[in-house]
Design a protein around this ligand. Structure first.
Ligand code: NAD
Length: 489
């Protein structure tokens, strides 16, 4: 069984933790490893290493800093399949989904390689005669990321490459449910020759997070996870005077108008709802059919749900893997029970799934709950499993009202062939990511990964220019050099 270590000051280090949590392959039920639940001592050590590395790293020219990212990109490419295998084993998604996740991670490394262009300051000469004003972007200092379980390879890369390229030093705390992906990625990071302490890895859960949130040396924190934790992280980090951004949970609606290409809408929404077993923050979990779109959509989506091949993510042809663990399966099944109790019709019921040969896996087949009403709890709560609720309404305006009354604002999608309807939707809907005939509106790395309302706490997001602004602080210099002084030279 592979031991989970911390990586601090350029070395693999046994954690000082005394408590551990089991990491189980959700597809097979096999025990993979145990995550050490690190505390203050390990975080202190990582913060000290990152702090010591900071002066030399921030004064390394950006052009030299990005050379390490080019090396990392090459290693990630060369080891993509091996990393994807580990993601599938500990997280459950299919091998193709894991590969796709790592492609997105690499895309962020590529964009961060353009930092010299993005980090440039500004100068305005002669704001008064002989007086110039200069804006500099300087690194923030020691930064940290606290990551969720569902994209163990990609999400740290929304931040890490930008933070490093901008001259910050770094600490990553992966989810205790999926520690092995970062173990393999840090083995690659170890090969690129970064100065010691520039990037560090600490494992654990709440105790490690609290130590990060309270550590005086750590200046900025990015978080991705559930809304309850995001709220907590945002509040505590801000109280401690840190720069913080916290992405939270979601309940993403997909609206289907009667003029949509129905075959495409069914295929795309099924992929969104059931891909990664519904454990994507951009997964469509509520389909809102308008007018006569209802019957055709209902028939097609049920067929698609029934035909989806569920199984172990490393097996050929599997389209959907398990959910992350037993607790999660229990929670999802309880929410389905509740939905049915409140009046939902389980047109396709994925509870009590057993996959032959993988009886210890935590599988739930795709589930479709029809006849939801907007006030039903299951229409408003994040389920984070392969469950699609259906609501039937009579107009786009009603759908927009329903969406904007929801607590979350991560993603909303519309399926239509009408430009006017699409324009109205994207203009009016309160969500940070909008899909028009798209089911997973995941922005490319040169756009921010947005989120509104209870899906995001903060201002600047991860990825692209937002990340550059988050990981730099602006300094404005006003200089006086009157003509008579300059003339002397
Ligand atoms: P989670 O909130 O349980 O855990 C996320 C991280 O926070 C982990 O590293 C965990 O160790 C830590 N943590 C958990 N409880 C904590 C506590 N009480 N105090 C301090 N730290 C704590 O989330 P998860 O189950 O790992 O991930 C799934 C959630 O993440 C879903 O809600 C999903 O929508 C959300 N998510 C959001 C986005 C986005 O961009 N908005 C992206 C991916 C996932």
């Amino acid at each position: 069984m592979e031991e989970v270590l911390n990586y601090i000051d350029g070395k693999w280090i046994a954690p000082q933790a005394v408590d551990f949590v089991d990491v189980v392959n959700p597809g097979t039920g096999e025990l993979l490893t145990r995550t050490p639940l690190c505390g203050k001592a390990d975080v202190d050590r990582a913060a000290a290493a990152a702090s010591n590395a900071l002066p030399a790293w921030r004064s390394t020219p950006a052009q030299d800093r990005i050379q390490f990212l080019f090396k990392l990109k090459a290693l990630l490419e060369a080891n993509l399949d091996e990393i994807a295998r580990v993601i599938t084993m500990e997280c459950g998604k299919t091998f193709d989904e894991s590969r796709g996740e790592m492609r997105r991670a690499i895309e962020n490394v590529e964009v961060a390689c353009g930092i010299p262009m993005m980090m440039k300051g500004e100068i305005f000469e002669d704001i008064a005669q002989g007086v110039d004003e200069i804006l500099l972007r300087q690194p923030v200092g020691v930064c940290a990321t606290i990551a969720p379980f569902n994209f163990p390879g990609m999400i740290p890369f929304w931040y890490l490459p930008y933070a490093l390229a901008c001259g910050n030093t770094y600490i990553i705390k992966p989810s205790e449910k999926v520690p092995l992906t970062m173990q393999i990625i840090f083995r690659l990071i170890d090969q690129i020759g970064l100065p010691e302490g520039v990037v560090n890895l600490v494992n654990g859960s709440k105790t490690a997070v609290d130590a990060i949130l309270d550590h005086p040396t750590i200046r900025a924190i990015t978080f991705v996870g559930s809304t309850a934790t995001a709220r907590y992280i945002y509040r505590r980090a801000a109280e401690n005077g840190k720069r913080v951004q916290a992405q939270g949970g979601a309940k993403n609606p997909a609206v289907i108008l009667p003029d949509a290409d129905m075959d495409a809408a069914i295929r795309i929404i099924a992929d969104s709802a059931f891909g990664c077993a519904g454990q994507r923050c951009l997964a469509s979990s509520l389909a809102i059919t308008i007018g006569e779109a209802h019957n055709t959509f209902l028939e097609g989506i049920c067929e698609s749900a029934l035909n989806r091949k569920v199984g172990y993510g490393l097996d050929e042809g599997v389209q959907m893997g398990p959910v992350i663990n037993l607790d999660s399966r229990k929670r999802i099944e309880e929410l389905i029970d509740l939905g049915i109790k409140q009046g939902a019709d389980p047109l396709v019921d994925g509870r009590d799934t057993l996959i032959q040969g993988y009886e210890n896996g935590t599988y739930i087949r795709p589930t479709i709950l029809s006849d939801l009403q907007p006030h039903h709890e299951i229409a408003r709560t994040e389920i984070f499993g392969p469950v699609l609720g259906l609501i039937h309404l009579s107009s786009l305006d009603e759908a927009i009202r329903l969406i904007n009354n929801g607590a979350y604002g991560n993603q909303a999608s519309l399926f239509t062939s009408s430009g006017a309807a699409a324009r109205r939707f994207r203009y009016s809907v309160e969500a940070g990511n909008i899909g028009i005939n798209i089911g997973v509106a995941a922005p490319m790395a040169f756009f921010p990964f947005s989120g509104w309302k209870d899906s995001f706490f903060g201002d600047l997001h991860g990825q692209g220019a937002d990340a550059v602004h988050f990981f730099t602080q602006e300094k404005v210099v006003v200089e006086r050099w009157p003509k008579e002084w300059v003339r002397k030279f």
